[in-house]
Design a binder for this molecule. Structure first.
Ligand SMILES: [Fe+2]
Ligand SMILES: [Fe+2]
Length: 125
């Protein structure tokens, strides 16, 4: 596995969160400017699914005890993104929906992901 390590995995997750946050910010800005949000929404959707999957692989790799709760939260976020994609023509509702989605993402990063990060940082490297 080369330079594979718990610390490197944890850094990888944090980097992906930065990308997710930037995408959410870009999405909010696009909504505010009345731009077409479809490409950004597709990018956020694709990126987030890949990110959730990589977190889930790491949780299994490291026998994470709260796997089920964490995965459940990922599933809810995917449903949220899908609901947003289904309503992307509804501009009036979009600003609020994007704000809500953003809050849900930030809450997940600050709770579930932060717990996972703490768990990984306590593992022997
Ligand atoms: Fe997560
Ligand atoms: Fe995450």
């Amino acid at each position: 596995m080369g330079d594979h390590s718990v610390a490197a995995d944890a850094r990888g997750i944090s980097r992906e969160h930065q990308v997710q946050i930037r995408l959410m910010q870009a999405l909010a800005q696009a909504v505010a400017q009345g731009d077409d949000i479809a490409p950004l929404l597709a990018e956020l959707s694709e990126y987030s699914r890949a990110h959730f999957l990589s977190e889930e692989l790491l949780m299994r790799l490291y026998d994470y005890p709260d796997y089920d709760t964490h995965v459940h939260d990922h599933e809810r976020m995917v449903e949220w993104i899908e609901a947003l994609e289904a309503r992307k023509e509804d501009c009036a509702a979009m600003a609020h929906a994007v704000q809500e989605l953003s809050a849900i993402f930030m809450r997940h990063i600050a709770s579930c992901d932060s717990n996972l990060h703490g768990f990984m940082s306590r593992l022997p490297s």
